[in-house]
Design a protein around this ligand. Structure first.
Ligand SMILES: Nc1nc2c(ncn2[C@@H]2O[C@H](COP(=O)(O)OP(=O)(O)OP(=O)(O)O)[C@@H](O)[C@H]2O)c(=O)[nH]1
Ligand SMILES: [Mg+2]
Length: 358
């Protein structure tokens, strides 16, 4: 899963990226805007994987991973050119963490006046909406040109109809996230990877001393339908340089319950509606990430496309049942070892073995 850290210039994106990944990317106030993303991969710590590993003693234990991509600040000029390589790169991410500057810094304010977190949020949305609108309008122009040349298939007409709906939404200043779409319409639009369709988490980046004072801003952003969190970015960056026991003491002082990595993992899973299932055995214990509501075939496909293609049954039991009863043998005796078909909706914490034939 790839998550983009985005936002207006100098909002603290790279500072937070460093805290998350233990990286050392430059956060020089006066450095010119970067042209590429910083990329870092973080393992998802899940104690369930550790316990499964202790039971099965596999040769390999593989955790889920999140890739964080820290982009340079967005300037309005970019939207004029939606083919911009950076924009295409940003679009490839599953979700956005939008960093909003809420710490005071007079020098930075002089360089890039940011406005309030709410203003930054709406400036960013406007930017995304404009970029999407340009893409949608261009495509409609192309379709119309095609009509004149006699290319008028039902599929193209359907696409045009959906794109007009998209334009109407965007012209009204509304992100596509709120647009109700049928499965067919959704499918037609998927290839565009519209910005304003991506799930977004507003991250209010504040000074350490103001960590507890921003509940009102958080609530205001949430009331507009966004997921929101407060973070003390630079404080977290400093903590990431300490050993973990020391960091825990400082963190608890401020009343922050978990490390930034754990916190981000939970936030990102929730934002994207992701859950984990596990595969176990003597060779490998492994955590896999799927979307809530995915069925057994989709889950099998994550492991290997052959498993989805030749899917017969999923042998399944619950992680917590294994912990409670101690062994697969005990689960079989208790009837907690199930055989599920293609339509089975996989749940967080399922342990799965796919039977297949190709
Ligand atoms: N006081 C304070 N300063 C911060 C905080 N987070 C970042 N800064 C400072 O803000 C400046 C910019 O931080 P960066 O993390 O580079 O910001 P950025 O969003 O990555 O900047 P661009 O990539 O250039 O858009 C640096 O001087 C940081 O030290 C914070 O939580 N508190
Ligand atoms: Mg940066």
């Amino acid at each position: 899963m790839n998550i983009a850290l985005v936002g207006l210039p100098k909002s603290g994106k790279t500072t937070i990226f460093n805290a998350l990944t233990g990286g050392n990317a430059s956060t020089d106030k006066y450095a010119p805007a970067a042209t590429q993303a910083n990329v870092g991969v973080v393992e998802v710590t899940d104690e369930r994987v550790a316990r499964l590993s202790a039971i099965y003693q596999p040769k390999k234990t593989i955790h889920a991973q999140i890739e964080y991509r820290d982009y340079p600040g967005i300037f309005s000029a970019h939207a004029e050119n939606p083919d911009n390589a950076l924009y295409s790169d940003i679009k490839a991410n599953a979700g956005f963490v939008l960093v909003l500057r809420a710490f005071a810094d007079e020098e930075l304010e002089g360089l890039f006046a940011a406005g309030s977190p709410i203003q930054q949020l709406s400036a960013f949305e406007d930017e995304m909406i404009l970029a999407d609108l340009i893409v949608a309008e261009r495509r409609i122009e192309k379709i119309e040109l095609g009509y004149k040349r006699g290319v008028k298939t039902p599929a193209v007409q359907f696409e045009e109809k959906v794109l007009r709906q998209v334009c109407q939404c965007l012209q009204g200043g509304r992100p596509l996230r709120g647009l109700q779409l049928h499965a067919e319409e959704e499918k037609t639009l998927r290839g565009y990877r519209f910005f304003s369709q991506k799930p977004i988490l507003a991250l209010i980046n504040c000074a350490e001393g103001e960590y507890h004072d921003l509940g009102g801003v958080k609530a205001e952003i949430e009331s507009k339908g966004y997921a929101a969190e407060v973070i003390a970015g630079r404080f977290e960056e400093e903590l990431s340089k300490l050993d973990s026991d020391e960091a825990t003491i400082f963190r608890e002082d401020l009343g922050i319950p978990e490390s930034i990595r754990e916190r981000f993992t939970h936030l990102c899973y929730r934002l994207l509606g992701y859950i984990s299932f596990f595969t176990v055995g003597p060779d490998e214990v492994r955590a896999w990430t799927i979307e809530e509501g995915d069925n057994a075939v989709t889950a099998a496909g994550k492991i290997h496309s052959d498993l989805a293609r030749g899917f017969i049954r999923a042998e399944t039991f619950r992680y917590e049942d294994l912990i409670a009863h101690g062994s697969e043998k005990a689960l079989r005796e208790k009837g907690l070892f199930r055989l599920e078909g293609k339509d089975y909706i996989v749940r967080d914490g399922d342990v799965i073995n796919v039977r297949f034939s190709v």
